[in-house]
Design a protein around this ligand. Structure first.
Ligand code: ZN
Length: 405
């Protein structure tokens, strides 16, 4: 059996006036996703337990068949796994966004979608000035990641840490809000607050930022620290479920989850994690990976990014590109291998109305060998809401998708 999973990140949404009272999934022309709905079944899955924050870290673990309540320790340790950074038992990884806060408000959690090439020297400057310092009983390390998504590692000297029990705010969920209302809370407040403050003068004087300002781009005015956690313990997917997997994603977090599950990481040139990603290349590499692996997962961040920017037209366009360049080719290739199944599902909801992630079930569609059609015609939220097939908690969907119960 061959399995393909396509994740249009954050695609689940609400009806919008701007789209004539329809959702982006209803508005977009999605012949291949609709064909999956017609050949198979549309249902819904709740990937985010109430006690956790709706985001790709928690929701992707669920979607891949793991209970986040049992295995989730934080977002940053998942990303460090993708970056090949080892965490010891006392160490914490902390997400270190480069952000644009010119007036005390979170104007851009991506610092104008700063490139990796521009972000890396900024993070290196932070490491040069602050790295190696002992703070809160641990030693500080800054690591450049992808674009605005970088990592701070706190190497603990003992098991106790001020970062345990500290609450931090994801910056993508506070667009244009006053950051003073959302600073870290709890025992690590001082440590993280000091680092965020210390980043400001270092970044302000940096030539990369000066050039960005001169070019009319948003500079990275500071780091925003959040998503901290220790290294999680996760049973390999092949041991838990059987199939040997591969993952295609431009986002460190999602790749990191795949790597932690023991999936092979396929890097695609031109995959950016943004609206301009090379959809066709992702589709090609996905089809090719089917030859070598039992399960291939292709993740596309673009619908989520479009939602955060409040761009309904771009969200619709991203969905249509995913359908044409990724779902279509996979659907055409799968039957060549005999038995097959395909799953299309976002990890979580991201609504254009709030420009933020949201709780609640997401629609999925499954087709392939042994899946009987249910008379549904389209892959969208209303079809999923009316479906008798629902998984709550969502991590039970994977076992069903794989035909293992
Ligand atoms: Zn998002």
């Amino acid at each position: 059996m061959k399995y393909a999973i396509v994740i249009p990140d954050g695609c689940a949404d609400e009806p919008l006036d701007a789209l004539g009272g329809r959702t982006p999934l209803q508005t977009a022309r999605l012949p291949h996703m609709d064909r999956i709905a017609q050949l198979g079944v549309v249902g819904r899955a709740n990937n985010v337990p109430d006690s956790l924050t709706p985001a790709s870290d928690v929701a992707t673990l669920s979607l891949f068949g793991y209970d986040p309540l049992a295995v989730y320790t934080g977002r940053a340790p998942l990303e460090t796994a993708a970056m090949g950074i080892h965490l010891g038992p006392n160490d914490f990884a902390v997400r270190c966004n480069l952000v644009y806060v010119p007036d005390g408000h979170m104007r851009d959690f991506t610092a104008g979608h700063i490139s990796s090439e521009e972000g890396a020297p900024l993070v290196k400057a932070l490491q040069h000035e602050l790295g190696g310092r002992e703070m809160g009983g641990g030693v500080i390390e800054f690591h450049p990641g992808v674009q605005y998504r970088n990592i701070l590692v706190w190497r603990g000297k003992a098991a106790a840490s001020p970062l345990a029990g500290t609450k931090c705010q994801p910056p993508h969920d506070i667009p244009d809000r006053a950051v003073s209302d959302y600073l870290p809370q709890g025992p690590g407040r001082e440590l993280l607050g000091q680092l965020m403050e210390a980043s400001k003068p270092i970044l302000a004087d940096h030539p990369v930022n000066k050039r960005r300002v001169a070019d009319g781009k948003k500079p990275a005015t500071q780091v925003w620290l959040w998503g901290q956690g220790k290294a999680p313990t996760i049973e390999p997917f092949a041991d838990q479920y059987g199939p040997r997997g591969a993952i295609i994603s431009a986002v460190d977090l999602v790749r990191g989850v795949g790597v932690l599950l023991g999936w092979h990481r396929v890097d695609v040139p031109g995959a950016t994690g943004y609206l301009d990603t090379d959809y066709a290349a992702k589709g090609r590499f996905g089809v090719e990976a089917l030859g070598a692996f039992d399960l291939v997962c292709v993740h596309v961040e673009a619908p989520d990014e479009a939602s955060h920017e409040g761009r309904a037209d771009e969200k619709v366009k991203a969905l249509e590109r995913i359908d044409e360049h990724i779902v279509g080719p996979l659907l055409a290739a799968l039957p060549r291998y005999g038995d097959w199944r395909v799953l299309v599902s976002p990890d979580h909801r991201t609504t254009l109305r709030t420009r933020a992630h949201a709780y609640g079930a997401v629609p999925f569609a499954v087709a392939g060998s042994g899946v009987a059609p249910q008379g549904q015609t389209a892959y969208d939220e209303p079809t999923a809401a009316a479906s008798p097939l629902a998984f709550d908690p969502g991590h039970n969907l994977m076992r069903w998708f794989l035909g293992r119960g």
